[in-house]
Design a protein around this ligand. Structure first.
Ligand code: SF4
Length: 417
């Protein structure tokens, strides 16, 4: 694959972070993974799921102008970033990537191939909804090099799907996994949601068992949350729906751990479960503070080559996104610079979500924080309360701690004074 280091016509390339002046940062260059992840946000959905606060539009109009804008944005970022790191992962998320035609997916992948070094890509993931695709679509997708599917099933029960305003049926949910396998996809992930009001515990257990029976090698399970400005939030505000109950959530999450571990899945992150060899490579990047570039409205990017690191996001408005790209302007929303203290806090939060936990030596080397000095008393309290495993080389949550991950993170980040 070719690397095109030519300058884009899209105005000035985004400035790189400085080389970093803090001496401890010199270690970072060697330790941070020197490969990039690319995220493509495809902002179309056929209808609005009641709980969802991702950015999307439900227009039925053509996607052509969006795909063209996306390709211009890819080319623009490549002018600054492509020569720095080859690409390790590509992720089509949204929104609903499976509303794109195969030609549109190919156009996007061709643009990436043209402008980035994709000769060592380990994983190309594509999110899809069960009702959008057929065997032919999946075979063609596989032919384009997509090798992992993330399928938005959420539940195999009709009343759950109706409550969430999902647009597929239980039959479509059950059919998609064998269909994907028949099209050549072995690396499959299914999303499921627990904690729906009035959803019996047995329903949740049956959802997990259904996924196990289908031999799905990776599951992402999420507790229902009430996000602002969603239809669900309005239902809760009007008293039509009870908000999720903490004890119910705890019970369902524990069932998830027990059932999936019993079936041979590793609980390798709070929400992520994999059979051996099927952990998500792209998501790992987020938990390891590796670099990634996001394209499309609302997509986030993170780049750390020296201090400060930089995080930015695109605006959440498709029309404005396309208009700004057409004017050769960057469609930026958030744009922040992160110093080593910011990065250290964030890394602790990310690592506590993983089964490996926080490596104390690496934390001191990469971020300059010796937790055994700065938070020794808090660690002892957490350990005495059974929320973290005995601290030796790592800080890892116990199962009791997993239920309180956010709380524990906040306690470790709190100013000891
Ligand atoms: S959950 Fe997925 S399919 Fe549903 S509205 Fe959100 S992005 Fe679209």
């Amino acid at each position: 694959m070719r690397i095109n280091a030519a300058r884009s016509a899209l105005g000035s390339p985004i400035p790189l972070p400085s080389d970093g002046s803090a001496s401890r940062c010199r270690f970072l260059i060697d330790l941070v993974l020197l490969v990039a992840g690319l995220y493509l946000h495809i902002p179309f959905c056929s209808q609005r799921c009641s709980y969802c606060d991702f950015y999307f539009v439900t227009t039925r109009s053509s996607h052509t102008s969006f795909v063209e804008a996306l390709c211009v944005e890819i080319e623009h970022y490549a002018a600054t970033y492509a020569a720095q790191e080859p690409v390790e992962t590509i992720y089509f998320g949204g929104g609903t990537p499976s509303l794109l035609t195969i030609d549109e997916v190919q156009r996007i992948l061709d643009t990436i191939d043209l402008h980035f070094d994709t000769s060592n890509v380990l994983e190309t993931t594509f999110e899809l909804n069960p009702e959008d695709v057929d065997h032919t679509y999946l075979v063609q997708l596989r032919g384009l090099g997509v090798d992992r599917l993330s399928i938005g099933i959420q539940s195999f029960f009709a009343d759950d799907l109706a409550f969430m305003n999902r647009s597929h049926t239980p039959e479509e949910a059950a059919a998609i996994v064998p269909m994907a396998r028949a099209a050549g996809f072995e690396n499959l992930s299914v999303d499921l949601i627990f904690g729906l009001p009035d959803q019996p515990l047995e329903y949740w257990g049956a959802n997990l068992q259904r996924a196990i029976q289908l031999e799905v090698p990776h599951l992402s399970t999420y507790g229902l949350t009430v996000e602002e400005r969603t239809p669900l939030a309005r239902q809760v505000a009007r008293g039509l729906v009870r908000p999720p109950d903490e004890e119910v959530m705890r019970e369902r999450y524990q069932l998830t751990l027990d059932v999936l571990r019993g079936a041979g899945y590793e609980a390798y992150e709070i929400s992520s479960f994999a059979r051996p060899g099927f952990r998500a490579v792209h998501n790992r990047r987020y938990w390891e503070h590796a670099n990634y570039l996001g394209f499309g409205p609302s997509a986030h990017s993170f780049w750390w080559k020296g201090l400060p690191a930089r995080r930015w996001s695109n605006i959440r408005n498709l029309r404005r996104y396309e208009a700004l790209i057409a004017q050769r302007l960057q469609p930026l929303d958030l744009n922040e610079h992160l110093d080593l203290d910011d990065l250290a806090d964030e890394y602790l939060m990310l690592r506590l979500r993983t089964s490996e936990g926080l490596d104390l030596d690496a934390y001191e080397t990469r971020y300059g924080v010796d937790l055994l000095v700065s938070r020794v008393e808090e660690l002892a309290r957490l350990e005495a309360n059974g929320l973290i495993e005995p601290v030796r080389t790592h800080v890892r949550l116990t199962d009791a701690g997993r239920h309180l991950c956010d709380h524990i993170t906040a306690r470790l980040l709190a100013d000891p004074d």
